[in-house]
Design a protein around this ligand. Structure first.
Ligand SMILES: [Zn+2]
Ligand SMILES: [Zn+2]
Length: 259
C-alpha cells in the first residue's frame, strides 16, 4: 500500500491510500482535475472517498473537489450534517453505517467525532476523523482538524499499525507570531480552539499503544506557525517511531509489515 499526499494544510488536503487494485481517497480539498491526474486518469480503481468536514481545504474551493468526485461517480462518505451544511444532494453521497465499520472496497472505516470550529467560532456541522483498516496497511488512525482526539482507543484494545495525524502549530511559534503582529488575534484564537498543537499531537500518540506502529505521518502543518524539522524531532524522540512530515506530492510506503 502507498499513501499519496496530494495536498496537506490550509491550501488544500487530499490523501490517497492506493495499491495496484484499489484506491481510497481521503479528503477532496483540491480541484478534481488534480485528483484525477494523481490517479493517472483511471477512476475505476477508486472504491470511495472520505470527507471529514465542510471547510474549503477539505472539499475544494467552491466545493469543486467534492462535486467533481460525486459527478464522476465516486461514492463520497461523510457525516450527513456535512452534506447538509454544504447543501449537497447527490445519489453518490453516502453515510457511514451506525455502530460499526463501513466496508468500502477492501477497506473498513469507522468514523469518530472531531472537535473543530468555523472562522466565526461556531462549531462545524459534523466533523469526523477515521479509523481505516485494510490487510496491507493494517489499522490506521486518521486525525485532522481537531482540537484533540476524543476516544481512548486503548480502552477498546485498538492497536494502530500506522498513524496519520495533524500537528498544526506549536505554542511557542504561534505566540511569537501573535506578539510580532504577524497573526491577527481572531485567527490566533480560532487556531487555538480548532486545530491540534504539536504538544496535543504528542500526548495523543503517547496515550495510545504504539507497539505495532510502523509509521507516523504528521499532516496539516500551518505554514507560519510550525517548524517541520522541530516537529519531526519532537515526535521521533517521544515515540521512537519512523516519522514523516507530509509534503505536497509525496508518496510514502504504508504497510502493516516493514518488509
Ligand atoms: Zn483544514
Ligand atoms: Zn477545517
Amino acid at each position: 500500500m502507498q499513501l499519496k499526499i496530494l495536498g496537506t494544510g490550509s491550501a488544500g488536503n487530499c490523501y490517497i491510500l492506493e495499491n495496484n487494485k484499489e484506491a481510497l481517497i481521503i479528503e477532496l480539498g483540491l480541484s478534481f482535475s488534480k485528483i484525477k491526474q494523481a490517479l493517472n486518469f483511471d477512476l475505476s480503481k477508486v472504491v470511495g472517498a472520505l470527507v471529514t468536514h465542510e471547510h474549503g481545504d477539505h472539499v475544494g474551493k467552491n466545493k469543486e473537489g467534492l462535486l467533481g468526485a460525486l459527478n464522476n461517480g465516486i461514492e463520497v462518505y461523510s457525516g450527513q450534517g456535512t452534506f447538509d451544511v454544504l447543501n449537497i444532494k447527490n445519489h453518490n453521497c453516502r453515510n457511514f453505517k451506525k455502530g460499526g465499520y463501513t466496508e468500502i472496497g477492501s477497506f473498513k472505516v469507522l468514523p469518530f467525532k472531531a472537535i473543530h470550529c468555523n472562522n466565526d467560532g461556531s462549531e462545524c456541522a459534523e466533523p469526523i476523523n477515521f479509523i481505516i483498516e485494510h490487510d496491507e496497511c493494517g489499522c490506521v488512525l486518521f486525525v485532522t482538524d481537531s482540537l484533540y482526539c476524543g476516544p481512548r482507543f486503548t480502552d477498546y484494545s485498538i492497536k494502530f499499525n500506522n498513524i496519520i495525524i495533524e500537528a498544526n502549530y506549536c505554542e511557542e511559534i504561534i505566540k511569537k507570531n501573535l506578539e510580532k503582529g504577524k497573526l491577527p488575534v481572531y485567527l490566533y484564537n480560532r487556531i487555538l480552539k480548532s486545530h491540534m498543537s504539536l504538544n496535543t499531537c504528542k500526548e495523543t500518540l503517547l496515550a495510545n499503544d504504539l507497539s505495532q506502529v510502523q509509521k507516523i505521518v504528521l499532516i496539516h502543518l500551518s505554514d507560519s506557525n510550525s517548524d517541520e524539522k522541530k516537529f519531526k524531532e519532537v515526535i521521533t524522540n517521544a515515540t521512537g517511531k519512523i516519522v514523516h512530515v507530509a509534503n505536497n506530492n509525496q508518496t510514502i510506503e504504508f504497510n502493516k509489515n516493514p518488509f
